[in-house]
Design a protein around this ligand. Structure first.
Ligand code: MRU
Length: 362
């Protein structure tokens, strides 16, 4: 299969532009892009997982702010600008609760706006401010590209030539601006000439592993074998797995890590089978306001994702369902957290602070 680069998301035009996204709910059978022309469609795209993965959600929300501000007349007053900005940010923040990159990106947009309020002339303020906010959204987008390359560069050091790694969910280019976090390790290892094989958990209930990770790895020519989530323990016991790497949605100050539901089981299995378990994530995924993972808000999604996945009923009508979208892996099960500033190991409050504090405002 030849590698065809497709932008996960891009901004088309100037301050009156639109956000273009690959609709990830249609992959792998259809590669289709959608244009979000207003904040409501950006919100819907995040909520429905048309765009998903913590960094990609953050970038989309930053651009979503621009679409939300487009309804304001160019000559709106500063007060009107501030009111609308607060409204748009609160709305986008209500789309999904767990990935902290969403709130991090929205905070950055708000802080940027705050830094501009005193500087711009009062007349025609909205038009002038919006250009600077668009630059900030583009900066968040561009920085993520660099961040993912650095995560790949540092992270590939944990992979030896000939290794087989297991991953869960999708923390690839589709979940970021480009290149991914967990999958960046595989891409960078392969680019440096190492032979690498990957087992991808299918990742119930929405199959991000089967639909997105297997697709992305095949696109890039990485050897990938798809398994059901329930097979991970067996392949570890069979000695097929040299290491695990996953992404993250929110990492508490002590290193406890929220990621896609099922990650915790993988980490427990890795511990039992003496397989190193790594998390790969940018500093923007850390939430130092939370001392540990018990405080991370976990999204619960609709029952039909489990009972009626992909249009076919697979459970009795009326059955009770519990559908948390994420779980928290305790820090003691994590061998290392790979960031754009290096690898945090061992994982604890002190080591997290040492690497992350300088780069993150609490
Ligand atoms: O519900 P999703 O598909 O948004 O969940 C995504 C994950 O759990 C990813 O592993 C995480 O966001 C890291 S993406 C680099």
């Amino acid at each position: 299969m030849s590698y065809q680069h497709i932008e996960t998301l891009s901004w088309l035009g100037g301050t009156d532009g639109t956000l273009r996204l690959i609709d990830q709910t249609l992959l792998p059978s259809e590669v289709k892009e959608i244009d979000c022309r207003n904040v409501e469609t950006v919100w819907e795209a995040i909520k429905k997982l048309r765009v998903r993965g913590a960094p990609a959600i953050g970038i989309s929300a930053a651009y979503g702010v621009i679409t939300g501000m487009q309804t304001l007349p160019q000559d709106a007053s500063l007060d009107a600008f501030k009111n609308r900005l607060n409204e748009v940010i609160a709305y986008l923040a209500s789309s999904r609760p767990t990935a902290v990159n969403l709130f991090w990106a929205l905070d950055r947009m708000k802080t940027k706006a705050g830094s501009l309020y005193g500087q711009k002339a009062v007349g025609g303020i909205a038009g002038a401010l919006l250009g600077d906010l668009l630059d900030e959204a583009k900066a968040i987008h561009e920085e993520d590209r660099t961040t993912c390359r650095l995560i790949g560069k540092y992270g590939q050091s944990v992979i030896k030539d000939g290794d087989t790694f297991l991953t869960h969910c999708n923390a690839g280019g589709l979940a970021t601006a480009d290149y991914g976090t967990a999958l960046a390790l595989f891409f960078a290892a392969a680019e440096s000439g190492k032979k690498i094989s990957v087992y991808a958990d299918e990742t119930r209930p929405l199959l991000q592993g089967a639909r997105l990770t297997a697709w992305e790895l095949m696109q890039r020519g990485i050897d990938v074998t798809l398994i059901c989530d329930s097979m991970a323990a067996l392949v570890m016991r069979q000695g097929k797995i040299n290491g695990v790497v996953v992404g993250a949605d929110r990492i508490a100050a002590n290193g406890d890590t929220a990621n896609k539901i099922g990650t915790y089981s993988v980490a427990v299995n890795a511990k039992v089978h003496n397989v190193p378990f790594y998390v790969a994530a940018p500093v923007s995924t850390f939430d130092l306001t939370l001392p540990d993972g018990s405080l991370i808000p976990i999204e619960e999604r609709l029952a039909d994702e489990i009972t009626n996945g992909f249009g076919k009923r697979t459970a009795p009508e009326g059955v009770k369902v519990y559908n948390p979208a994420f779980d928290v892996t305790p820090a003691e099960l994590i061998t290392g957290i790979i960031t754009e500033h290096g690898i945090i190991t061992p994982v604890n409050t002190d080591s997290v602070r040492k690497t992350v504090c300088r780069f993150l405002v609490e």
